[in-house]
Design a binder for this molecule. Structure first.
Ligand code: AHG
Ligand code: MN
Ligand code: MN
Ligand code: MN
Length: 342
């Protein structure tokens, strides 16, 4: 077996197919998404020279998405790149995105496949204008027998139903992190040959950590269990921890999760008074669920604070959830604070 540095994504996927881990059409779909991410990486990398920074929408009026967020030009461009790349391949029945109100079908003049693709085309887009890492998150589900063409409801499957999940992080290097249910693996884009090359086979998250990721400015708005958990964590109190924690918060979920997959940590975006009535800040179907599968496949844990993330039964395409994920023992500690105080 050659060293992992010379195994391309294409070879990795062919070997996964040979081992029966994925079907040929899922292999082709993942290749299409990876190719689209390379195009997004190029657009993101142009920065101010590409005329792609700043808000979308015409002079004076912002373009507001279904989330109620002002879209960035790169939100829209990344979404368009993924739509165009996936239109003609014949692997998909429909697509859903953070940036689109409802699921969209594959155009009638193209063949339809049996997968559903969900994506956050540009995650962390509030960082794009200040040149901080952003990313793309994707999740693949099987399409139930969609008789009259997929509807939003066909996407409402629990995270355990995902057949593939991944993200691309546009940082100092462009990396694709992927799971097809047999471990979590990292690929680094070799820009000279234009291929993603396997650089970590089998990422593993340390079970304990000394690093936590949360937006502390929301502290006064948190529920009591979260207040108690973080107060004890910061006081180095009790439990097996009894140590000083370090804090990191990039405000790009992809960047924070990539750090945690690489060296451990706990990431949380809990309920707070500002987002409680929406169910949370982060979206279940194309942020929390794909990240939860990647993290679990790397030996970590992912929870809403009260339930395993992958077992949440979705009720809406843009449903929001509280998120705790990362080093298994630390996530279990945070969950214990919630369950013991409910
Ligand atoms: P998106 O840019 O796709 O809308 O996602 C942003 C999310 C996530 O990436 C990040 O963890 C979180 O928003 C940051 O929230 P705050 O700005 O409230 O810290
Ligand atoms: Mn957004
Ligand atoms: Mn996002
Ligand atoms: Mn986004």
């Amino acid at each position: 077996m050659s060293p992992s540095s010379s195994i391309s994504l294409t070879r990795f996927l062919i070997e996964a197919e040979r081992e029966g881990h994925i079907q040929p059409d899922l292999r082709l779909l993942i290749e299409v998404v990876a190719r689209a991410c390379k195009s997004i990486s190029i657009a993101v990398g142009k920065g101010a020279l590409g005329g792609v920074l700043g808000d979308a929408g015409g002079a004076g009026e912002a373009s507001i998405n279904v989330q109620g967020e002002a879209q960035k030009k790169l939100d829209v461009l990344s979404n368009d790149i993924l739509l165009e790349a996936n239109a003609w391949g014949g692997h998909l029945a429909a697509l859903a995105s953070e940036e689109m109100d409802h699921a969209v079908r594959i155009p009638e003049h193209y063949p339809r496949g049996r997968y559903l693709l969900l994506f956050d085309p540009l995650d962390g887009s509030s960082n794009i204008d200040v040149n901080i890492s952003v990313g793309t998150i994707f999740s693949v589900l099987r399409c139930p027998d969609c008789v009259d063409g997929p509807k939003d409801e066909d996407f409402l499957q629990p995270g355990t139903s995902q057949v593939a999940a991944g993200y691309c992080t546009y940082g100092p290097s462009t990396m694709l992190v992927l799971t097809v249910g047999h471990g979590t693996h990292a690929f680094t884009l070799d820009r000279e040959i234009g291929s993603f090359m396997l650089t970590t086979r089998g990422m593993r998250i340390p079970e304990d950590t000394k690093e936590f990721a949360v937006n502390m400015s929301n502290q006064r708005h948190w529920e009591a269990p979260m207040q108690a958990y973080v107060a004890d964590l910061l006081a180095g109190k009790a439990g097996p921890r009894g140590k000083d924690f370090n804090m990191r918060w990039v405000a790009s979920m992809v960047a924070d999760v990539h750090r945690i997959l690489t060296r451990g940590g706990i990431f949380s975006y809990p309920l707070d008074a500002k987002c409680a009535e929406k169910g949370g800040k982060l979206r279940l179907m194309y942020e929390a669920n794909p990240m939860a599968l990647l993290v679990e496949q790397a030996g970590g844990a992912a929870s809403t604070g009260r339930q395993r993330m992958l077992e949440v039964n979705p009720t809406g395409l843009h449903q929001r959830v509280p998120v705790f994920l990362g080093s298994r023992n630390e996530v279990e500690t945070a969950v214990r604070y919630h369950l013991e105080r409910d």
